[in-house]
Design a binder for this molecule. Structure first.
Ligand SMILES: *[C@@H]1O[C@H](CO)[C@@H](O)[C@H](O)[C@H]1NC(C)=O
Ligand SMILES: *[C@@H]1O[C@H](CO)[C@@H](O)[C@H](O)[C@H]1NC(C)=O
Ligand SMILES: *[C@@H]1O[C@H](CO)[C@@H](O)[C@H](O)[C@H]1NC(C)=O
Ligand SMILES: *[C@@H]1O[C@H](CO)[C@@H](O)[C@H](O)[C@H]1NC(C)=O
Ligand SMILES: [Zn+2]
Length: 477
């Protein structure tokens, strides 16, 4: 079958209008030299040239094995430390090791050559007929936070293996090699670091150093945990994990939306144009505490009230940004000593704020900092800590990858829409070393990170088809 698509200029101009409405976050200048823009990280020109989409000739139409894939998703979910349907699969635990073995086995059965790096990122490669060209990569993660679902990440790993199998069945021969990556520790559960594997692949030197001294809640070091799972043998230096820019010509991740939009609108495929990035902040206020009865109100400096005021200020500053894409959450608020008859002597807050516009997000952080200082002064407490824990830049999808995903959806007669990803993914970090794109599929009520998480076989099969055709186009380009 020969699939062809010719662009109408109308659709192109719609795409252009949409893209130009995304603020040009990449071009912004930063005053703070410690904050890197995407351009600093990527090194490749941000407006990479678009090329007309390649048409892919297949001897047999693409078909997804919609019996086997759901069975594999169920099988993988049995490697879990929580009872079905909940899934708990934490980095380097026995269940994680079993899950990894399952994936490597399926990669082998799909005829891929399998390798792992020092932290356990798993790679399965199908060599193209021009194997020296930069490969096209896809993948996601199989770790699962406690009591979560079967689909987050898993759809993008098992789905990628099925996409390769489907391309083989249809007689496709890749020009650029196709490579599947199962990333280590997308979830921050064990060591508090999300997207650990992809951050390292993207060459995060600071993280590689920090991991030598990182321990989990049980005081088990990262390196000991990695060794117990068979990784990081004879080496403390994790720089071997870093990939060179240009290793991949493209990276595409298939993922459940983890939000309600596609299901509500009855759209089959979400094409991600940008990924919002989080910044997290830790704040401590300290006051002098005292007896809840004996200390009169004018004499108090209540650290708890300072924290409460800051939480409201966070909300105010987020709303002042004027964009629905700016969000902020105070997810942790702890009072010490935490007794009903004791004035809080210390208060600890953790703030998560996200945006697809880095400058706008950093402005919010600056305002939160100013408020923290003002509140501390007015309430005569000390702002003993204001620490920006991480401040990752957002990422834009590659234009040519967006185009390939759109054309693939159209050729497969699947409804699609352009959207942004409000959750972050390994793709956010892969964007530092490769042009990137993401394919979203609907999930039940947008549920994720809980056992009710669900995606239908039909929606998964649609996503896998779009992934397969997109990989095929990118492989030939
Ligand atoms: C954690 O382990 C290290 C090295 O084994 C030890 O020196 C340290 O005291 C431990 N810390 C805690 C809080 O147990
Ligand atoms: C705040 O810090 C200053 C300087 O370290 C200290 O003298 C003061 O007692 C602290 N105030 C409170 C309320 O903890
Ligand atoms: C998409 O629809 C067109 C027109 O109805 C049809 O010719 C084509 O075969 C369909 N393609 C697929 C992959 O179903
Ligand atoms: C599975 O695939 C077959 C053949 O393409 C199709 O007829 C059937 O509707 C699919 N089932 C689901 C649940 O998507
Ligand atoms: Zn995920």
């Amino acid at each position: 079958m020969s699939l062809r698509f010719s662009h109408s200029s109308f659709l192109l101009s719609l795409l252009f209008i949409f893209l130009s409405s995304i603020p040009a976050i990449l071009a912004l200048q930063n005053d703070d030299p410690t904050i890197k823009t995407m351009q600093d990280f990527s090194g490749y020109p941000v407006d990479e040239p678009t090329h007309s989409s390649i048409s892919v000739s297949l001897s047999v139409p693409l078909s997804i094995d919609n019996q086997t894939l759901p069975k594999q998703i169920d099988e993988l979910s049995t490697f879990s430390d929580a009872p079905d349907p909940a899934v708990t699969r934490v980095l380097y635990t026995d269940k994680d090791v079993l899950g990894r073995r399952y994936i490597k086995n399926l990669m082998g059965l799909a005829g891929l050559s399998v390798r792992e790096d020092a932290v356990g990122n798993i790679f399965g490669r199908w060599d193209g007929y021009e194997p020296d060209l930069p490969a096209v990569a896809t993948g996601s993660h199989i770790d699962a936070i406690p009591y979560s679902g079967k689909y987050d990440g898993v759809v993008g790993v098992l789905g990628a293996i099925e996409a390769i199998n489907a391309l083989r069945r249809s007689g496709f021969k890749p020009r650029r090699s196709l490579e599947i990556i199962s990333f280590t520790s997308e979830e921050p559960t064990r060591f508090g670091i999300g997207c650990l594997g992809s951050r390292l692949l993207a060459g995060d030197v600071t993280l590689a150093k920090a991991l030598k001294a990182t321990v989990d809640g049980q005081n088990i070091s990262f390196l000991d945990a990695a060794r117990s799972a068979g990784y990081a043998q004879d080496q403390d230096d994790l720089s071997s994990v870093f990939l060179k820019k240009g290793t991949y010509s493209a990276f595409v991740e298939l993922h459940i939306e983890q939000g309600p939009i596609l299901e509500e609108e009855g759209v089959a495929i979400g094409i991600v144009t940008a990924i919002a990035a989080p910044a997290s902040i830790k704040v401590d206020f300290e006051g002098s505490g005292g007896h809840a009865g004996a200390v009169l109100m004018p004499k108090r400096n209540d650290a708890g009230l300072a924290a409460a005021e800051l939480a409201l200020a966070v909300e105010r500053h987020i709303l002042e940004s004027g964009s629905l894409d700016t969000v902020g959450t105070v997810g942790i608020l702890e009072l010490h000593p935490g007794a009903i008859n004791s004035i809080p002597r210390k208060a600890h807050l953790e703030i998560d704020t996200r945006d697809i516009d880095e400058k706008r997000r950093n402005t919010v952080i600056e305002k939160i900092h100013q408020s923290a200082n003002t509140i501390a002064k007015n309430r005569r407490v000390n702002l003993s800590e204001f620490m920006i824990v991480n401040q990752d830049p957002p990422a834009l999808s590659g234009k040519s990858i967006i185009e390939a995903m759109e054309v693939a959806s159209k050729e497969l007669n699947l409804t699609h829409k352009l959207m942004i990803s409000r959750a972050y993914h390994d793709s956010l970090f892969m964007a530092r070393i490769s042009p990137m794109g993401m394919i979203f599929i609907p999930c039940y009520k947008g549920y994720s990170h809980k056992p009710e998480e669900y995606a239908s076989t039909e929606d998964i099969a649609n996503g896998v088809k779009v992934l397969a055709l997109t990989l095929a186009k990118l492989s030939l380009s």
